[in-house]
Design a protein around this ligand. Structure first.
Ligand code: PNS
Length: 162
């Protein structure tokens, strides 16, 4: 059984991330979405909230589960017996940022290789920052996140009334 780990902040998980999960499922037997902490970021949602939105996003997909951790990705990689880390990249900026993290992870765990999946054109402009900007303005991020995440944000009072 091959296991791919897809790590990220997921504040929140978008349909672009979901596309990467689905494509990773066609390459590996099992996918774990790892909701982690990036020490360089401040978040609009705490770890459990981000994990909950990730669970809502992948609900219904067999062979996928979500874990949340405040620890190091390279340690989680060993704990789960993962085979590979998968990251989606949209453009050169993403790639440069991801390559640095991939190198750091490999340096600290020689088994923790990262492969990059190019984002499909449809998803190139979708990112969590746009979602947060819309939500802060009280607008619904329809089409950027799955409907269950829109409902989650609305139920928390983050979007105002429908
Ligand atoms: O979505 P992001 O913010 O680009 O994801 C980055 C993330 C959370 C995957 C990265 O910061 C991470 O792996 N955090 C866990 C702690 C860790 O292992 N840090 C060293 C990796 S550079």
């Amino acid at each position: 059984m091959s296991l791919a780990l897809i790590p990220g902040s997921f504040d929140p998980m978008t349909v672009g991330h979901l596309d990467i999960v689905k494509r990773t499922l066609s390459l590996y037997d099992e996918v774990v979405v790892a909701v982690l902490v990036n020490a360089e970021k401040t978040y609009d949602h705490n770890l459990e909230e981000r994990a909950e939105m990730a669970r809502l996003t992948v609900a219904g997909l067999d062979r996928v589960r979500v874990v949340a951790s405040e620890g190091l990705l390279v340690e989680l990689f060993d704990e789960l017996g993962a085979d590979v880390i998968v990251k989606g990249v949209r453009n050169e900026k993403d790639r440069a940022y991801e390559e640095k993290m991939a190198a750091w992870n490999l340096e600290h765990n020689p088994k923790a290789h990262t492969i990059f999946l190019q984002a499909a054109d449809d998803y190139e402009l979708i990112n969590s920052t746009h979602v947060r900007e819309l939500v802060r303005a009280g607008k619904s991020p329809d089409s950027l996140v799955v409907p269950a995440v829109v409902d989650y944000l609305r139920n928390r009072g983050e979007l105002g009334e429908a």
